[in-house]
Design a protein around this ligand. Sequence first.
Ligand code: NDP
Ligand code: AKG
Length: 415
Amino acid sequence: MQQFNPYDMAVQQFELAADRLELSEDMREILRKPKRELIVNFPVRLDCGRIKTMTGYRVQHNVNRGPAKGGIRYGPDVTLDEIKALAMWMTWKCAVVGIPYGGAKGGVICDPKNMTASELERLTRRFTTEISIIIGPHSDIPAPDVNTNSQVMAWMMDTYSMHEGFSIPAVVTGKPLSIGGSEGRNEATATGVLFTTRRAALRIGMPLKGARVSIQGFGNVGSIAARLFHNEGCKIVAVSDTNGGLYNEDGLDPAMVQRHKLEHGTVATYPRGQRIRAMDVLEVPCDILIPAATEGLITEYNAEKIQARIVSEAANGPTTPAADAILFQKGCLVIPDILASAGGVTVSYFEWVQDLQSLFWDNEDITHRLEVIMNKAFDAVANKADHYHCDLRLGANMLAISRVAEATQVRGIYP
Ligand SMILES: NC(=O)C1=CN([C@@H]2O[C@H](COP(=O)(O)OP(=O)(O)OC[C@H]3O[C@@H](n4cnc5c(N)ncnc54)[C@H](OP(=O)(O)O)[C@@H]3O)[C@@H](O)[C@H]2O)C=CC1
Ligand SMILES: O=C(O)CCC(=O)C(=O)O
């Protein structure tokens, strides 16, 4: 089996859309490569006194529609190609929901589950200092992603502000409310998944009430999606994390599963369900599948076995192009990542705007504004897909890429 490379996959998706848009080779050359790739190697003192040199990345894919925007992830398997792919998807994600940002992503190769809070703080502060030559409230604004959270964003904001000499909350989003975070940001990605799934269910005439939902990944996005879909009247039949999966055809109570995970570190050992392998959550009988873990897990090897009628991609890049073709053929409606998971960055945009104006909105206002944007984006993507007789991914990519290409063209290219 060939080694999965997320950047190759992102470029392959890009080329499919560029072909249908009949984009010139010159424009493709500009859009397929990241604008900036920063690699930093930096020392971190561990609690035992040893110094470990860590490697981190910040990639800005495109900034023609506004400042670069995108999360920071920590993990042992982070690679530059993964971060390049995620940065490119951020460019398309911001364009598809029409918020004035380009795309970026960052990451550090580390093992966060085996690091103490003080080691993570030192890592975060040093990494922020290293990438502060390219981040800033008007140039590139990080946010949380896999294995990072509001505490990590608080350390980033504090470190950046220390160097400037005064508080600059707008340098990162996803912060705690007490230092300029926004109402609704923590739940925003999962809320966006719910809004787009409601729209998709309407499109295929499937009631959400009573729908069986399987969720891969039980972190920020997956666990909150479980709660929101449960509140919507859906039955959460399967969940998983890195330790394994859990299935119960009668439905799981997300709050109880969450409590079990907090106490035992995994959902897989929750007693009121049948233990299954982590990858099996993709194949259990269900109506809606929510991949909320990581890239490249739905492939040509398991797509045929997916039983869901809707796949709502909360994760970035969960489905390979070969799997996309199989799912489209089967009549499974895939809400692509750049649309389904755009609720997070949309509320990050609200957070940034609130920080810049020092005037804050309430939760109701945030949720309403998010719903308007997500519904409008879903309808625009669906119209594109209907017009071109293609799946929603190609529709979303065509919409997004044409918007970025137009911005690039109208700004002019220096001869
Ligand atoms: N946070 C955000 O605002 C946004 C996140 N996303 C995307 O959503 C996805 C999840 O992010 P987020 O929830 O923030 O990250 P978290 O780190 O909070 O959670 C990730 C979850 O995925 C699980 N996981 C990782 N790999 C696997 C695997 N192979 N099989 C099963 N479970 C797995 C982890 O398990 P364990 O608990 O055991 O570690 C964890 O439960 C990512 O693709 C991210 O890029 C997209 C838009 C915004
Ligand atoms: O909130 C943000 O700015 C970015 C979130 C993110 O990294 C993503 O949507 O993948």
